[in-house]
Design a protein around this ligand. Structure first.
Ligand code: 13P
Ligand code: SF4
Length: 301
């Protein structure tokens, strides 16, 4: 493992590369990364980096987003098969049909979506800024939120806006059930419960806080509480424990695993740098339109 890490670090310098990793990545991948964060943080890092190459350790829509935001950089995914099942629950074709059937719809698109779907949308959002983005749409009322029905439901409640919801969901987050939270709360009465907005509404109801993965890390750092029930994909537990060794973290469900996030290994990161594989490219016209929706997000919040 140490040898592998040394080779990655050496090659990273030779290639003028930066390694970005999502909070759900395997522990060893997080540990080798230059920056670990949530979708919004990673997009911002990608936009700012001076490096020529970005090795993106996350699911494909994240690497695609970096490729759209940084057209002058080489964006590599170590594993092109690492997709997001929620992103695949909507297609550009289906969205076009919906817009045709219901003209005048304003489409707010969760960043967990493919580039072609973003290209059909008016503005993007992430779990960290979705409430603010929808709040900023003062006089827009006919809003379609895609593809996550649960994030959309949460945003609707927080903003008081009636959103039309696409029926997508995250297969990892729906595994977290209200009874999981209730059981842990009973066992750890002094704990604080933080859940991701991709969770079911019944789970969100039971939480003390609803946060993106980045927001969860920040909130834990700032809190005096010792025990936390964490309602999101379990990969985040590694980062939470590393940053807060004195605190205790209880995953709401050990079943909340995103298998796609675990497809990226240290070996694949090394091969990615060695062979400069696999470049993530978005067709120009799609990138231009999707970039418009992403830019609107980045300049709004
Ligand atoms: P975050 O932007 O909160 O990291 O969420 C990304 C994601 O895929 C959650 O399932
Ligand atoms: Fe997609 Fe869910 Fe995995 Fe996030 S955790 S990347 S939403 S499948």
């Amino acid at each position: 493992m140490e040898k592998l890490k040394e080779r990655i670090i050496k090659l990273k310098e030779e290639r003028d590369a930066v390694i970005l990793a999502h909070n759900y990545q395997l522990a060893e991948v997080q540990d080798i990364a230059d920056f670990v964060g949530d979708s919004l943080g990673l997009s911002r890092k990608a936009a700012k980096t001076q490096a020529k190459v970005i090795v993106f350790c996350g699911v494909l829509f994240m690497a695609e987003t970096a490729a759209i935001i940084c057209p002058d950089k080489m964006v590599l995914t170590p594993e092109p098969a690492a997709g997001c099942p929620m992103a695949d629950m909507i297609t550009a074709e289906a969205l076009r049909k919906k817009k045709k059937r219901d003209p005048g719809l304003f489409v707010v698109c969760y960043i967990n979506s493919g580039a072609e779907v973003k290209a059909e949308s008016d503005i993007c959002c992430t779990s960290a800024n979705a409430v603010k983005i929808v709040q900023s749409l003062n006089d827009v009322n006919h809003i379609l939120f895609v593809p996550d029905q649960y994030l959309g439901h949460y945003v609707g409640k927080q903003t008081g806006k009636e959103l039309i919801l696409w029926p997508g969901y995250c297969p990892a987050h729906v595994r977290i059930l209200p009874q999981d939270i209730l059981r842990l709360k009973k066992q750890y009465p002094a704990s604080r419960t933080i859940v991701h907005p991709e969770c079911r509404p019944e789970v969100i109801e039971l939480a003390d806080e609803v946060q993106s993965t980045g927001g969860t890390c920040r909130s834990v750092r700032q809190s005096q509480t010792e025990d936390f029930i964490i309602g999101t994909e379990i990969g985040i537990i590694h980062r939470l424990r590393r940053e807060n060794p004195e605190k205790r973290f209880l995953p709401a469900s050990e079943q909340a695993i995103c298998p796609n996030m675990k497809l990226i290994t240290l070996e694949k990161v090394l091969w990615s740098l060695e062979k400069m594989q696999y470049p993530v490219k978005v067709p120009e016209e799609t990138a231009r339109k999707a970039g418009g929706a992403l830019d609107k997000m980045l300049t709004t919040v």
